[in-house]
Design a protein around this ligand. Structure first.
Ligand SMILES: [Zn+2]
Length: 274
C-alpha cells in the first residue's frame, strides 16, 4: 500500500509542480487521504490521541459546566456549517484547563481542543469562533490526518488508529500540546483553513474578521511573553496571511453582525480573567 501511496504522491507532486497550483495539490492530497484513511480510522485515531493527551500529557478539562456549555454553544453553528462541506464528522469540543497557554488544535475524527488561555486572550466571541472555525477547517480539509501520514507514514498511522502503536499516538499528543513544528500544517493548508473559517464564522452570523483581530492582537503581545502563544508558533500571522484573509472576506462579501464581547466577558471572569 505504501508503494501505491508513494506512486500517487509522486504523480500528485509532479502534477502540482508542473502547474504550480497549490489548490490542485491540496485537492489531490485530500483525495489520497480519503482513500487511505477512512472516516472510521480517523475517528479511531482521534480517540487514541485523546487517550494519550489525557494519560501521557495529563491534560485537564475545565470542570465548570457553564464554561463548557458556552464554548459548545459558540461551536455548534460553526460545526453545523462545517458539516455541509464534510458530512459524517462527529464533532467533539474539549476545553483544556490551562490559563497560561494560548493554544487550540484539532485532531482527525473531529476532536477540537481549545485552551482556557486562548479564551482569556480573546476579546470577544467572534475571535473565539474564528479560531474554532479555522480548526474545524483543518478537519474538513483532512489536513489533520494528512499531516500525521506525512510525518509518520500510512502504516504507522493505521496501526496507531487501532491502538497498536501507542508510542506514536503519544508522540502526536506531545507534538500537539507542545505546538511542535512536526505536525504544523503547510502554508497552503493554513490558507485553506483560514478561508473555511471565515465562511463558517459568517454562516454562524459572526463577524468573519474575528480571526484577523485575534491574530493581530497576539502578534502585538507576543514580544512580551514568547512561548506562551503556542497557537502563533504553528500559525504565523504574516502580513500576507492577513491580507489574503481580508481579500477573501471582501471578495466573497462575507459579513456577520455578531461580535459578542459582552457574552465572553462573564466567561473570562469565571476563568479568573478580567
Ligand atoms: Zn491552522
Amino acid at each position: 500500500m505504501r508503494r501505491i501511496l508513494s506512486m500517487v504522491l509522486g504523480f500528485t507532486l509532479a502534477a502540482g509542480l508542473s502547474t504550480g497550483c497549490a489548490k490542485q495539490r491540496i485537492a489531490a492530497e485530500k483525495a489520497i487521504a480519503q482513500t487511505f484513511i477512512s472516516d472510521e480510522q480517523e475517528e479511531q485515531l482521534g480517540r487514541q490521541v485523546k487517550l494519550e493527551l489525557e494519560q501521557k500529557e495529563k491534560i485537564q478539562y475545565v470542570q465548570d459546566q457553564v464554561v463548557v456549555d458556552y464554548v459548545n454553544k459558540v461551536a455548534t453553528p460553526i460545526l453545523q456549517a462545517a458539516n455541509n462541506d464534510r458530512r459524517g464528522v462527529k464533532w467533539k469540543v474539549h476545553v483544556i484547563n490551562d490559563p497560561k497557554t494560548v493554544n487550540a488544535f484539532a485532531t482527525p475524527g473531529g476532536y477540537l481542543y481549545v485552551y482556557t488561555g486562548l479564551i482569556l486572550a480573546a476579546d470577544n466571541e467572534a475571535e473565539l469562533a474564528g479560531v474554532l472555525a479555522h480548526e474545524a477547517g483543518h478537519v474538513v480539509g483532512r489536513h489533520s490526518a494528512r499531516v500525521m501520514v506525512n510525518a509518520y507514514g500510512i502504516q504507522a498511522v493505521s496501526e496507531a488508529a487501532l491502538g497498536k502503536n501507542p508510542g506514536m499516538a503519544g508522540q502526536i499528543a506531545t507534538q500537539l500540546v507542545g505546538g511542535g513544528a512536526m505536525l504544523a500544517h503547510g502554508r497552503s493548508e493554513e490558507t485553506e483553513a483560514d478561508e473555511y473559517g471565515a465562511r463558517y464564522s459568517t454562516i454562524a452570523r459572526y463577524d468573519p474578521r474575528g480571526l484577523i483581530t485575534f491574530f493581530q492582537k497576539l502578534q502585538a503581545k507576543e514580544g512580551n511573553t514568547p512561548g506562551v502563544f503556542k497557537w502563533l508558533s504553528t500559525h504565523p500571522p504574516s502580513g500576507e496571511r492577513i491580507q489574503h484573509l481580508e481579500g477573501y472576506i471582501t471578495q466573497r462579501q462575507l459579513s456577520g453582525t455578531e461580535v459578542g464581547a459582552e457574552r465572553l466577558a462573564p466567561i473570562k471572569q469565571r476563568l479568573g480573567g478580567r
